[in-house]
Design a protein around this ligand. Structure first.
Ligand code: NAD
Ligand code: UDP
Length: 314
């Protein structure tokens, strides 16, 4: 039992709720701050029964005053349709939200972990992507609010570390999936599973040859907690993701097979700046955190399909 007081911003979201659950299980006192933009009370309802869990509905664009030992900063919409809904707000959540949580970490002397993303690599010219790759990001496109937002957040983290000696940790998360993704989230795994379960057309954007690497959420949460508790002088950034690489066509076919669906695949226009390929190099996480994913895509999809079968109208 580690018994720390831990703040999780974005804790009612998909990844955040799994993180809060695991931190509670490990004997911590967890404070979840979330404005419920994409997060849902349903994700954390089961945690609210615990005396060691508190939920605060709050927007991290405004300062938050709590005392804590550690902060996980996840508050930011992550699905393209959600972060593009109000792109200025997305930039603010990344910039002002990070500034506010870093200020809190400085005041409390708390260690703070940033949920950064593989999107900082943009549409990468180097494959697979190691942490040393500096990325290829469009500054003015429709994904820029998120990509550049996450990049400035990394910059703020490292400046608070150098200038104010704040103890920081930065993880670059690659595509993560699992139970508690929203059915209307718009990301590829939830879209394909929901479409397949409803026997609706499976919507592939572009020719389906673009690749992604998918990490099951429990593996990711394990990596995040290991990173938070790693040695003081290891700041990252460190990639956390599953190096298994799949085309969207392969993913669609796997989902159809695992659901036994009658859905047909249809092709739709590729969104602007959609990265062609993405796969993490995870040597650093293996070496520093003794971490690597344990759940392969087929098994992770089975768990996720089971979740959606129980929770959506079919
Ligand atoms: P999510 O949308 O389910 O979770 C984000 C949470 O942050 C939601 O609960 C939302 O309500 C909350 N939030 C958004 N803006 C806020 C604000 N201004 N103030 C307070 N709360 C706010 O998405 P997720 O997939 O769980 O992503 C969590 C974090 O991980 C995000 O920072 C995302 O950028 C990062 N990430 C996720 C992935 C992935 O594949 N899921 C990949 C890379 C990085
Ligand atoms: N995608 C798709 N059909 C969908 C949703 C997404 O083909 O219904 C594609 C999307 O164009 C991208 C990939 O799947 O190439 C992953 O998209 P997602 O939004 O899940 O994540 P990101 O693009 O941020 O990696």
């Amino acid at each position: 039992m580690s018994g720390k007081r831990i703040l999780v911003t974005g804790g009612a979201g998909f990844i955040g709720s799994h993180l809060c659950e695991e931190l509670l299980k490990q004997g911590n006192d967890v404070i979840c701050v979330d404005n419920l933009f994409t997060g849902q009370k349903n994700n954390i309802r089961h945690l609210m029964k615990s005396d060691y869990f508190e939920f605060i509905r709050h927007d991290i664009i405004e300062n938050v005053y709590v005392e804590c030992d550690q902060i996980y900063n996840l508050a930011c919409p992550a699905s393209p349709i959600h972060y593009q809904y109000d792109p200025i707000k997305t930039s603010k959540a990344c910039f002002i939200g990070s500034l506010n949580t870093l200020g809190l970490a400085k005041r409390c002397g708390a260690r703070i972990l940033q949920a950064s993303t593989s999107e900082v690599y943009g549409d990468p010219e180097i494959h697979p992507q190691p942490e040393s790759y500096r990325g290829c990001v469009n500054t003015i496109g429709i994904r820029s609010c998120y990509d550049e937002g996450k990049r400035i957040a990394e910059t703020l983290f490292f400046d608070y570390h150098r200038q104010h000696k704040v103890s920081i940790k930065v993880v670059r998360i690659f595509n993560t999936y699992g139970p508690r993704m929203r059915a209307d989230d718009g990301r590829v795994v939830s879209n394909f599973i929901v479409q397949a379960l409803r026997n609706q057309d499976i919507t592939i954007y572009g020719d389906g040859k673009q690749t992604r690497s998918f990490c099951f959420v429990t593996d990711l949460v394990d990596g995040m907690i290991r990173m938070m508790n790693s040695r003081e002088d290891f700041t990252g950034p460190v990639n956390l993701g599953n190096p298994g690489e799949f085309t969207m066509l392969e993913l669609a076919e796997m989902v159809i097979k695992l659901t036994g669906s009658k859905s047909k695949i249809i092709y739709m226009p590729l969104p602007e700046d959609d990265p062609a390929q993405r796969k993490p190099v995870i040597d650093l996480a293996k070496k520093e955190l003794n971490w690597e994913p344990t759940i392969n895509l087929e098994d992770g999809l089975k768990h996720t399909i089971e979740y959606f079968r129980k929770t959506i109208d079919i």
